[in-house]
Unconditional design. Structure first.
Length: 667
């Protein structure tokens, strides 16, 4: 499925986002959306906007100031319409020149038309430096070989001359929606804070009075102005001198700071499900060729679980993933027979093939629509919020969701980008379900390292090393072993692990796994020999044992950096602090008889941010060290900063890079 079809400009309304604000409007046009022409916008006086230019000395921390950020959006009941954007940027420093001297607009010519109304470089007094670009090029978006994406998106590039500190870059473009894929569908998104100080900005939405759009305003301080003009409903959001808001560490998306307006058409999720069901209705036929292609994978399937895993592996790994976003084909899946014949398909093709195969075997399966990047707003039904498709199958143990494009994700799991997201399950009869996809617990995303061995009296260690990853931690390890490795690479890989644990260590008996075998345990192990672990220190004959795991001292630096920032405005995304993961490190070491370790105090910390435990124990000649860090999920208010600082520093107290070992007297 195609990604959201927003026009892209660099630097753009979308990349910089935009601001809605107060303008000096001509009186006769204040109640309706203006008609933008190559001659300009009659409701905005350029000379008035240019006179808002600032003194760069008053903005030492800014590289650019937006004198104007303007959007005029007009849609009809059938989903046709046009969006026009204009920005006037004042360049303050040389660092901004390159970004604003190059512009790039993208659109899909099969259903859209791009009109660049003007693009020019002027001085604040209105003197034109460059009225036309020096270079203009229309081009296709290339399809990468390693991750092919086929679309008919076109790109128009502009290069400007004369851009320098003190100049203004003024441009306007329009995207016309000519043939919406789904009647009545549109999605408009206006983010008010830009990342630059904005003098004047405005957002106008012009819709039929008979339409009942979905409108979501976030943190809008100045109420919109609503006016009826004939059979049209015109809404204006306006503001001025909008400050730049800086990003903050661990900031949550759900916040009370950034202002935005989002609008979708007079649709419902039910109508979207029905529309997609109609597109895919005749695409679930599984013919003899399909059954023949699937048969080898079912040959060793003796149980229902075996069958489900076999079909999943076939579609996920033997059908190549190729993204295809060509016209309505960006939403309508290809027939399973065509996918099998070509050996490739995009997300909806693979999901449809899986559903057809499972249905032919007597199972009930469905396509599931979602966004690969998340952030679907349930309150704004629009097909533009979906760009991905997976599948669901009913099993004796309950419903299982499967992303058939994630070829390294085992059956029954979802890749991290899908977890916890809003999705639409589409039934054959056109009905649909709004669901939240399963989310793995932090304990399911485990990365563990265990070292168990013996320390000799001269400080050398012989030990076994085992590293294991589950859940979201498995992908990097699976990626390493997608193909068999020869003896030379095996030896180098094992040696790298051993010497990373202890200098000079030798490695033997490397055990790895097939990264593409989804039933294989993502595990690596070696036998580590003659690694220098402890060095003698001091006249008392004591040894310094270097611990093979990193300590937690760095978290104190994170706390110090957070504390040095300006007063906090954004809430915290708890999952960004550690992540919804668990890491465990375990060292079990047999010391020479009678040796004693000077053990630090254990550390135990817990809270809304997660938990941490570190234990240091010696029983007889056996020394055991364990560290376990687990993250969490959630949102915490800005006022939670002191609690986070305390939590980080409490964990950082486990600053133990080594232990002192005292040999038995006379040994």
């Amino acid at each position: 499925m195609p990604a959201r079809r927003y026009p892209v400009v660099s630097p753009s309304h979308l990349l910089l986002t935009a601001v809605a604000c107060t303008l000096l409007l001509t009186p006769r046009l204040t109640a309706q959306a203006p008609v933008i022409t190559p001659a300009g916008d009659p409701s905005v006086k350029s000379d008035t906007i240019y006179s808002l230019a600032v003194d760069s000395a008053d903005h030492p921390d800014e590289s650019v100031v937006l004198l104007l950020d303007d959007g005029v959006v007009r849609y009809n009941a059938d989903g046709t319409g046009r969006e026009t954007y204009r920005q006037v940027a004042q360049i303050l420093t040389t660092s901004a020149v390159e970004s604003y001297a190059e512009h790039e607009f993208s659109y899909s010519p099969d259903h859209q038309r791009l009109i660049v109304n003007w693009i020019r470089v002027v001085r604040p007094d209105g003197t034109v430096i460059s009225n036309t670009p020096t270079q203009v090029q229309d081009a296709d978006v290339p399809a990468a070989i390693n991750n092919p994406v086929y679309s008919n998106t076109k790109v128009r590039r502009y290069s400007l001359s004369g851009v320098a500190p003190g100049t203004l870059v003024d441009w306007s473009y329009t995207i016309e929606e000519l043939k919406p894929f789904m009647p009545g569908n549109f999605f408009a998104n206006w983010s008010v804070h830009t990342g630059a100080f904005t003098r004047r900005s405005r957002y106008i939405l012009d819709l039929p009075a008979s339409m009942h759009p979905h409108i979501k305003e976030r943190n809008v301080a100045v109420p919109r102005r609503d006016t009826m003009v004939g059979d049209r409903h015109v809404m204006i959001w306006a503001n001025q001198d909008v400050p730049r808001i800086m990003a903050e560490d661990f900031m949550a998306d759900s916040n009370g700071v950034l202002t935005s307006i989002q609008v979708s058409g007079d649709l419902s999720w039910d109508s979207i499900g029905k529309w997609y069901a109609g597109l895919a209705r005749d695409r679930y036929k599984f013919n003899d060729a399909g059954r023949a292609a699937l048969a080898p994978f079912l040959a060793q399937a003796h149980t229902a679980d075996d069958t489900l895993r076999a079909v999943h592996r076939w579609v996920a790994q033997d059908i190549r993933y190729v993204s295809i976003s060509l016209g309505i084909g960006g939403y309508q899946p290809r027939a399973p027979a065509d996918v099998i014949k070509t050996g490739y398909g995009d997300c909806k093709d693979k999901a449809t093939l899986f559903v057809a195969a499972m249905n032919s075997l007597g199972y009930t399966a469905y396509p599931v629509l979602l966004s690969s990047g998340g952030e679907v707003d349930r309150d704004l039904p629009s097909i533009d919020q979906f760009d991905h498709a997976i599948a669901a199958v009913e099993t004796p143990h309950g419903r299982v969701y499967l992303d058939l494009t994630a070829d390294l994700t085992p059956y029954g799991q979802l890749p991290p980008g899908d977890q916890g997201e809003f999705a639409l399950v589409v039934h054959p009869d056109g009905t649909s379900e709004q669901v939240t996809l399963p989310e793995s617990a932090p304990g399911d995303n485990l990365s563990s390292t265990t070292i168990a061995g013996t320390l000799s009296p001269d400080g050398y260690i012989n030990a076994s090393y085992v590293e294991r990853h589950e859940g979201t931690g498995q992908y990097s390890l699976r990626q390493l072993f997608l193909s068999p490795i020869d003896s030379t690479h095996r030896a180098a890989f094992a040696r790298a692990i051993a010497t990373n644990v202890y200098p000079g260590a030798e490695a033997d008996s490397l055990q790895i796994f097939d990264g593409r075998d989804l039933s294989a345990d993502p595990r690596v192990s070696i036998e580590l020999e003659h690694g220098l672990a402890a060095r003698q220190a001091g006249p008392d004959g004591s040894y310094i044992l270097t611990l093979p795991f990193g300590n937690m001292r760095a978290l104190a630096d994170v706390a110090t950096a957070l504390e040095a920032k300006p007063p906090r405005r954004f809430p915290f995304d708890v999952a960004d602090v550690v992540g919804p993961i668990t890491t465990e490190s375990d060292l079990v070491l047999a010391l020479p008889h009678g040796w004693q370790a000077q053990l630090p105090k254990p550390v135990s910390v817990s809270g809304v941010w997660g938990s941490y435990q570190a234990t240091y124990v010696q029983e007889g000649d056996t020394l055991r060290l364990t560290r376990r860090l687990q993250g969490s999920r959630g949102v915490q208010p800005p006022e939670a900063l002191p609690d986070l600082l305390h939590w980080l520093r409490a964990i950082a107290a486990d600053d133990v890079p080594y232990l002192v070992l005292t040999p038995k007297r006379g040994s």
